[in-house]
Write a protein that binds this ligand. Structure first.
Ligand SMILES: [Zn+2]
Length: 104
C-alpha cells in the first residue's frame, strides 16, 4: 500500500494542465473556473474563482474542461499558448502569437 510518487506527479500534472473544473455559478450567472478552498472542517471544497460561492464538483452543471476549452471561456491559462505558438521568445514574436513555428 505504498504510494507511487511518479504516478502522483503525473496525476498532479494532469490536473494542473489537462483539466479544469468548470461549474455554473448561480451568483455570477455564467460558467466559472473553480478554486480550491478549505471549509470550517478542513475539508477541500470548490469555490467560484470570482465570488467564492461554494460550488459542488458533482453539480449537474459541473464538467471538466481542458485548457484550450477554458481559454474559449475567456480565461488565460498560463503555459497553454506556448504549445500553439512558434515557441520562440527570441524570434521577434510576442508570446507565440505569430503562429509560425521557427526552425531551431
Ligand atoms: Zn461566482
Amino acid at each position: 500500500m505504498s504510494a507511487n510518487p511518479l504516478h502522483e506527479a503525473e496525476e498532479r500534472n494532469e490536473l494542473e494542465f489537462g483539466s479544469f473544473l468548470v461549474v455554473d455559478c448561480p451568483t455570477c450567472k455564467r460558467a466559472v473556473l473553480t478554486a480550491r478552498d478549505l471549509d470550517a472542517d478542513g475539508e477541500f471544497i470548490d469555490i467560484c474563482l470570482h465570488c467564492e460561492h461554494v460550488l459542488l464538483a458533482d453539480a449537474p452543471s459541473a464538467r471538466w474542461m481542458d485548457a484550450r476549452t477554458v481559454l474559449e471561456l475567456g480565461y488565460f491559462v498560463d503555459g497553454v499558448e506556448e504549445d500553439e505558438g512558434c515557441g520562440s521568445e527570441e524570434g521577434g514574436c510576442k508570446g507565440g502569437t505569430c503562429g509560425v513555428r521557427q526552425p531551431r
